[in-house]
Design a protein around this ligand. Structure first.
Ligand code: ZN
Length: 241
């Protein structure tokens, strides 16, 4: 079976539609949270997912948009975007986001937005953090989002933790080593590369293939302007920052 890994869509419908087209058919989509927040089409992104066979875990922006956590924990621009986002969501979409679990196991793979020990908030960026998470959990593979930066942590047989950046079209074997995999962000990449990021898991081959693809950033920016988004949030999409 093939699974499409999509994370941090952030209301960017143009990026989401482009990713879905380019990915081609998969058996199920795994959405790692932050469907909404920042982007101009949160309602449309939720409705697009609802038409697909998919599972979703809760992201911090999803949680704040529907009142599960307080928007006060976000910086000013993120908070204003969240307040705007909350007003765009239908009752159905809000209920959908509210019902998302914080963690979801799929056989050997655990899906979570931030990290298994702090599912909504922890940004897993360092090998020190990854070492702690490996020590506190026992699932073989964990797929995360939240940082908007593609990154793989691997614990080798001696217990050492290494990290590496997956490039476009890189194929990673899910083997004996435990891994924490971040496929990056569909709708707001932050690694200096503005292209949308996603991955495809093949459960027979036990592999993950990483992808970066261009989408019409200018069109998303145009829609953000029309929605009255902040200039900085509009600008950053061009730089992937
Ligand atoms: Zn996010």
């Amino acid at each position: 079976m093939r699974f499409g890994v999509i994370s941090d869509i952030h209301g960017n419908l143009v990026a989401l539609q482009t990713v879905l087209e380019r990915m081609g058919p998969v058996d199920q989509y795994w959405c790692l949270g932050d469907v909404v927040g920042y982007g101009p089409e949160p309602e449309e992104c939720v409705q697009t997912l609802l038409d697909l066979d998919h599972v979703v875990v809760m992201g911090n922006h999803d949680a704040a948009a529907v009142g599960v956590i307080s928007a006060r924990d976000f910086n000013g621009e993120a908070r204003r975007a969240l307040e705007w986002t909350a007003r765009q969501l239908s009752r159905e979409s809000a209920a959908y986001l509210k019902a998302a679990p914080e963690q979801l196991p799929r056989n050997e793979i655990l899906l979570v937005h931030g990290s298994p020990r702090d599912p909504i908030w922890e940004y897993l960026t360092s090998t020190e953090q990854a070492r702690e998470v490996f020590g506190e959990t026992n699932n073989p593979y964990t797929f995360v989002g939240h940082t908007h930066v593609p990154l793989v942590f691997l614990q080798d047989r001696e217990g050492r933790v290494l990290s590496g950046t997956p490039r476009d079209q890189m194929l990673l074997k899910l083997g004996a080593e435990r891994m924490i995999v971040n496929a990056g962000s569909v709708g707001q990449p932050r690694d200096g590369d503005p292209r949308a990021a996603y991955a495809v898991v093949d459960s027979e081959a036990m592999s993950v293939e990483f992808h970066r693809i261009e989408y019409d950033v200018a069109e998303t920016q145009r829609r953000m302007r029309a929605a009255g988004a902040s200039p900085w949030l509009i600008e950053r999409l061009k730089y992937g920052r």
